[in-house]
Design a protein around this ligand. Sequence first.
Ligand code: PMP
Length: 354
Amino acid sequence: MGEWRKKIREVTPYVPGEQPQFADMIKLNTNENPYPPAPGVAKVLAGMDAGKLKLYPKPDARELVDALAAEYRVAPEQIFVGVGSDDVLGMAFLTCFTGEKEILFPDITYSFYPVWAELFGIRYRTPALDENFLIRKEDYFVPNGGIVIANPNAPTSIAMPLADIEEIVEKNQDSVVIIDEAYVDFGGESALPLVEKYDNLLVVQTFSKSRSMAGMRIGFAIGSRELIGAMYAVRNSYNSYTMNYPSILCGVEAVKDRAYFEQTKAAIVTTREKTADRLCELGFTVLPSAANFLFVSHKRISAEELFGKLREKHIFVRFFKKPRIQNYLRVTVGTPEEMERFLKEIEACLADMP
Ligand code: PMP
């Protein structure tokens, strides 16, 4: 009796940031964009014909893929789309990492990577970031089963120069190298121009951050036709209809509005820099951010304590109780007004904690 328990798969899942619901809250804990999506997205949603939902969506999400191909000047066959970049990355792990050798990713990075590796039975090793939280490129010049680098890295916010990324790709042409560019639009250098040169490179991006559409769930990868074709073969062996009808239509609108994209991105970068300066004045160490968040540590007050105090005031930031980073907080960049209140509360907390 109950023997089924021994037969089911046991995994330790990824734990996403909490989604609290308070009217007065300032939510700076999951790196969402504080601005709404491009205005065209709201128009599409308002005019949407629910009757269309009785049909399956196009399995190749044609309109969305074509819009991305035009925007990034690649062939449609070089684009894979998925349900957020988590879906795209998961499919990339499943497709690209099947060898005996360990795959490599940094010890401090997006904490979903080890979860996919465990789920799919992929062996992995995690070279340590250096004492300044930088990726040591030399750690990746060794035999491996594949490489994953988030650039800019999370939660550190630090970007790696494109020349270093290229060196890693160039020295690893017998492995697939995945560059996770979830935050690249806020200041990193994209590896997209390298896709034509290296057929082992897969660049993954998302609509969740710079296009303000975390709730719609759209991610994409760009790579060689061969690599993208292999990913679709795996996806179509699992679920052919990942992209729903509303997300295809809304995604197209978001890609088309380049002016809005540039404007909201610039606003976040300006707010990020102002917030970083103020935090430095208040005694924080702020890592150099190329993302839409700051990774900060206070000289005097512990991150866990500050996290708790801010939480009581309904200001939510992210705290990772993990070796090396347990005295850091990850703070998403919100609107100027939100950051103003955040800084006021921080000042009050510091005054309260002698
Ligand atoms: N990569 C990194 C580095 C991230 O921080 C996130 C956000 N949690 C993702 C990928 C996945 O984002 P999404 O699935 O919303 O595209």
